[in-house]
Design a protein around this ligand. Structure first.
Ligand code: GDP
Length: 446
């Protein structure tokens, strides 16, 4: 079950429950069973799901629910909190410091995306002004060094490896020493993976760790491995002191529940997620926005935080007023496109809204997206004030569409496409009607 489906199933279960006239134990149990099923199908480990169910039952007071409070929100908040708890091991992972040498060792099964992730991690930091370097201590897989070399060269990151040396411990130590002398502040060691968890893999990993004494061991896990996630993560944790987790391939048909299991098994936080094969398809992982998305709630908490953080105080009321009215006009879309193109503070805010960034401006395709947005804006330039300020979709009849197409030198189908985009964004925007500013982490106002 992919994440969006999981969110959908949970939302449906909550909806069904809140449709019931009386919420008694039976209705609540049915709702929780439904949610349990959805989580299990998403590959969250059975024990975790069972514990979560028990915790929610302990927290929720049926009398409160009967007293006319918004049941859906109370339960949604309880699930939100429980999932956050599952993903938050309670202790932060080691954070390297710029300018001070840190050795980061990457471990994981073959095919998990380890080598790709090493480069993504290095590239991410390089863009922020670090001096990363890559060491290939994977002597098991033929071609591993070539792959790392190719990735590193593309990203202009120094690398170390050998075609002739077969001892991974020696390569790792030599590589780390070389880069320490060169004052690199982030030395990333890629280790061998195997198809299965084998004793020899763990022994080799342990030896590399002992010899290089890494500041942080990162466990890389493919998000599609399913229920095996917990055992796999635990096996790695038992051999080396895993300090954090990176979950890869979250873009595919990933069963994101594995991430929850890996955190529980290693008691280490997820620090990044991989969202594609490209070097920059890599995102810092934040628990709350992730869970919000998992529950189909969008990243509203982050969104509200961001508004307060980056929008100048005097502009906040106007923006919030527009949001809370829920009326999305073509003019608002035009203004937001301007912001998005500038990527100024408000642009950053809107990039957090589900729908604005991922679909309109997907990562890695920024150029195409910008061209599309500019095209839409040219068409909107040919619109009348009445059209721009209207919230009535019927206004845009055939003759108006033809006029706009002619006026902007585009085809009718281009105008139709732009109007479809408008409808999609208007739908998202309308969800914010009546919006109140929630306090940090409080989802009850949403
Ligand atoms: P390793 O054997 O663990 O070192 O795995 P690789 O780094 O060679 O990755 C295995 C495959 O997964 C390659 O084809 C990568 O391009 C792909 N891959 C890695 N990370 C991601 C990701 O986040 N998303 C997608 N779609 N593919 C990924």
């Amino acid at each position: 079950m992919v994440l969006a489906q999981l969110g959908g199933s949970i939302s449906r279960a909550l909806q069904q429950m809140s449709n019931a006239t009386i919420i008694d134990e039976k209705v609540l149990n049915e709702c929780l069973n439904e949610i349990t099923r959805a989580l299990l199908q998403s590959d969250v480990q059975f024990k975790l799901v069972r514990d979560m169910q028990t915790n929610i039952k302990n927290i929720i007071n049926l009398d409160d629910l009967a007293a006319g409070h918004n049941k859906r929100r109370i339960i949604q908040q309880a699930i939100f909190n429980e999932l956050c708890k599952m993903l938050d091991p309670g202790k932060p992972s080691f954070t390297p410091k710029k300018g001070k040498t840190s050795v980061i060792m990457f471990v994981g099964l073959q095919g998990s995306g380890k080598t790709t992730t090493c480069t993504k991690y290095a590239y991410y930091h390089q863009k922020k002004g670090w001096k990363p370097a890559l060491v290939c201590a994977d002597t098991f897989r033929a071609g591993a060094f070539d792959q790392l070399k190719q990735n590193a060269t593309k990203a202009k990151i120094p690398f170390y490896g050998s075609y002739t040396e077969s001892d991974p411990v020696k390569i790792a130590v030599d590589g780390v020493d070389t880069f320490k002398k060169d004052n690199h502040d982030l030395i990333i060691v890629d280790t061998s993976g195997r198809h299965k968890q084998e004793a020899s893999l763990f022994e080799e990993m342990r030896q590399v760790a002992e010899a290089t004494n890494p500041d942080l061991v990162v466990f890389v896990m493919d998000s599609s491995i399913g229920q095996a996630a917990f055992d796999q993560a635990q096996a790695f944790k038992q051999s080396v002191s895993v300090g954090s987790v990176i979950v890869t391939k979250m873009d595919g048909h990933a069963k994101g529940g594995g991430a929850l299991s890996a955190v529980a098994a290693t008691k280490s936080p997820v620090i990044f997620i991989g969202t594609g094969e490209h070097m920059d398809e890599f995102e810092v992982f934040d628990v709350k926005p992730f869970v919000s998305r998992l529950l189909g709630m969008g990243d509203w908490s982050g969104f509200m935080d961001k508004i307060q953080e980056v929008v100048p105080m005097d502009q906040q009321p106007e923006l919030l007023q527009k949001l809370s009215e829920g009326n999305f006009t073509l003019r608002i879309m035009y203004e937001q496109f301007q912001n998005l193109l500038k990527m100024g503070p408000i642009g950053q805010v809107f990039s957090m809204l589900p729908g604005f960034s991922q679909e309109l401006m997907p990562q890695g395709r920024e150029k195409e997206s910008q061209a599309k947005i500019k095209r839409y804006m040219t068409m909107m330039d040919s619109m009348t004030n009445e059209e721009l300020d209207s919230t009535n979709p019927k206004l845009m009849n055939e003759s108006r569409i033809m006029r706009i197409a002619r006026g902007s030198g585009r085809q009718v189908r281009d105008v139709m496409e732009m109007l479809e985009e408008y409808k999609r964004l208007a739908k998202i925007w309308s969800k914010m009607k009546g919006l109140k500013i929630p306090k940090k982490g409080d989802m009850s106002a949403l």
